[in-house]
Design a protein around this ligand. Structure first.
Ligand code: SAM
Length: 243
């Protein structure tokens, strides 16, 4: 990715262009990704991930998939929570999976480079699917959810943490402006380029609001949808089940 060329919003409307933009963007920010994540969330991100993994069902040796695993924050927590389980971290960006592999000392974890819209796993393979800031990045949300549904066993559980868009238009405008400013500030501090971090607001603007997302999950065959809200609803973890 050219660091000098601010990325435009238009590629986010085209699945192939969004996939390519994501790979370029996350390759560029991988080295500072964890540090900026902590600063962006005022240190809360790690707590939300602890809570997500802590709220998963007690299973002896589950197969777990961590979507868009990045540097492995949730993947490695899963490995600790389920030492007899098999944990797969999946991500599109090699720079991210490389960092995750370097961080990992667990022997029950593997990292796979793939697109969440086309996953290299058999049907009904996983007991648990997690994702931190995952499906908002999907080149095609419906394809990603169909894939998630396909690879989950019947009754398997999913937990997805992400920014959450309120349904009310004015609240949306305020939230997106705040995220754009705050994330842009850290883009400026680390890269002298606010544009690298305006992706969060741009992708969230195109993403369904919290109510619409529940409807979409229902339509894809997921049930028992529960939410744990963070920062007054700015972010949330959605827990649901494959029916
Ligand atoms: C915001 S990071 C989240 C990383 C990690 N899950 C966390 O919670 O910190 C988003 C990740 O999504 C990955 N990604 C983007 N598009 C993807 C796709 N189509 N399939 C799989 N991973 C993707 C990026 O490479 C990046 O590592």
């Amino acid at each position: 990715m050219s660091h000098d060329r601010p990325h435009t919003a238009a590629p986010l409307d085209d699945p192939d262009a969004k996939r390519m933009l994501n790979e370029q963007l996350f390759t560029a920010i991988a080295p500072n990704y964890d540090r900026i994540n902590r600063l962006l969330s005022l240190g809360r991100d790690a707590v939300w991930k602890d809570q997500l993994v802590g709220a998963l069902p007690d299973l002896e040796a589950p197969r777990c998939l961590d979507l868009a695993c990045g540097t492995g924050d949730i993947t490695l927590r899963l490995a600790g929570r389920y030492p007899r389980g098999l944990i797969v971290g999946l991500d599109l960006t090699e720079a991210m999976t490389d960092l995750a592999r370097r961080r990992s000392t667990a022997d029950n974890v593997e990292f796979v480079r793939a697109d969440m819209c086309e996953m290299p796993f058999p049907n009904a393979h996983f007991d648990i699917v997690t994702g931190g800031y995952a499906i908002r990045n999907a080149p095609d949300l419906d394809k990603a959810l169909a894939e998630i549904h396909r690879v989950m066993k019947p009754d398997a559980v999913a937990a997805l943490l992400d920014f959450s868009k309120p349904a009310h238009r004015v609240a949306q405008i305020l939230e997106l402006a705040m995220i754009r400013l705050w994330a842009g500030f850290w883009g400026l501090v680390f890269y002298h380029k606010a544009g690298l971090y305006t992706y969060i607001a741009e992708s969230l603007r195109r993403f369904p609001d919290t109510g619409q997302l529940r409807d979409i999950l229902h339509r894809h065959g997921f049930t028992d949808i529960r939410s744990r809200r963070h920062f007054g609803g700015l972010a949330e973890t959605l827990f649901f089940r494959k029916s």
